[in-house]
Design a protein around this ligand. Structure first.
Ligand code: IPE
Ligand code: IPE
Ligand code: MG
Length: 248
C-alpha cells in the first residue's frame, strides 16, 4: 500500500546522501562508481516522492568542505553533475518537478553553471515537487551570506538593527519561502549534520540509517516516513498540550 494513503507524510525532507564511496569500495570499485549509483538512487527517490506528493526534497550533493577531497574525485564529481543534469532534467520537467540549486555556484566551471541555470529556467514554473540540490553549500555559509545581505541594507540606511527578526532573516537564506524540513534523513551511518541546513533544522526530526546511499530504496524511504509519522513534534510544549490540540 502507498505509504501516503495510510499516514501523514512530511512536507519537506532534507537528505544527506552519504556512503557512496564506501559502497563502491565494498564492491572493489572506484569511488566514482558509488557516486554514479548515488545519482540513480536520487532519481528513483524523486520519482517516488512525486508519487507521494511531497512538497519538497533538499538533497546535499556537495559541501563546501568537499573541495578538500582529492582533485581526481572532485573532477569526476563535477563531470557527473553535468552529465546527470543533461540526462535527468527532461524527465524531471515532465514530472512537473521544480529544480533549484542552493550554494555558491560561482565556484563551479562556467559549463556547470550554465547547465544549472538552464535546468532551473526550464523547470521554474513547474508546480509539483520542489527538488533543491545543495551544491557547494554549507549551513554556516548560508547564515553568513544572509547576514551580509542584512548588513548591506543597514549600511544603505534601508533598515536598522532593530528591524532584524526571524522572518526578515529567513527571507535572506537559501531556502527562503520554503517551510523548514520536517524530516532529515542521513544515510551511511554517521550521526552528524556536517554543516548542512543549520538554521532550517532547528525543529526537524532527525533520522539516521546505516544503509549506504546507493542501497537506500523506496521501501527504506517509506520506513523513514513511517518513523517520522510516529514522532510527537512538541516545539517546546508539553505532550498533554499537543494531545489537547489534536483532539480539538
Ligand atoms: C557522499 O558520499 C557524496 C559526497 C560527499 C559527494 P561520500 O563520498 O561521502 O561516501 P563515503 O562517506 O566516503 O562512503
Ligand atoms: C556530507 O557528507 C556532504 C554530502 C553528502 C554532500 P561527507 O561525507 O562530506 O561528510 P563528513 O565529512 O563525513 O562529515
Ligand atoms: Mg561521506
Amino acid at each position: 500500500m502507498n505509504v501516503a494513503s495510510t499516514i501523514t507524510v512530511p512536507n519537506h525532507i532534507a537528505i544527506i546522501m552519504d556512503g557512496n564511496g564506501r559502497w563502491a569500495e565494498g564492491k572493489g570499485l572506484p569511488r566514482v562508481a558509488g557516486h554514479r549509483a548515488g545519482v540513480k538512487t536520487l532519481r528513483k527517490l524523486v520519482e517516488h516522492s512525486v508519487k507521494l506528493k511531497l512538497n519538497a526534497i533538499t538533497a546535499y550533493a556537495f559541501s563546501r568542505e568537499n573541495w578538500q577531497r582529492p582533485d581526481t574525485e572532485i573532477k569526476l564529481l563535477m563531470d557527473l553533475f553535468i552529465s546527470a543534469l543533461r540526462s535527468e532534467v527532461e524527465d524531471l520537467h515532465s514530472n512537473n518537478v521544480k529544480l533549484q540549486f542552493i550554494g555558491d555556484r560561482s565556484a563551479f566551471s562556467s559549463k556547470l553553471q550554465h547547465s544549472i541555470s538552464q535546468s532551473e529556467k526550464l523547470t521554474i514554473t513547474n508546480s509539483g515537487l520542489r527538488l533543491n540540490i545543495a551544491a557547494n553549500y554549507s549551513g554556516r555559509w548560508d547564515i553568513i551570506s544572509a547576514l551580509q545581505s542584512v548588513a548591506r541594507d543597514i549600511e544603505l540606511d534601508k533598515m536598522t538593527a532593530a528591524d532584524i527578526n526571524e522572518t526578515l532573516f529567513c527571507d535572506r537564506l537559501s531556502l527562503a519561502g520554503l517551510i523548514d524540513p520536517d524530516l532529515f534523513i542521513r544515510t551511511g551511518g554517521e550521526q552528524r549534520i556536517s554543516n548542512y541546513l543549520l538554521w532550517q533544522t532547528a525543529y526537524t526530526e532527525l533520522y539516521f540509517t546505516e544503509t549506504l546511499w546507493p542501497d537506500f530504496d523506496a521501501e527504506q524511504f517509506d520506513l523513514a516516513i513511517k518513523w517520522y509519522s510516529k514522532r510527537q513534534r512538541r516545539f517546546g510544549k508539553t505532550p498533554e498540550q499537543i494531545e489537547q490540540t489534536l483532539k480539538s
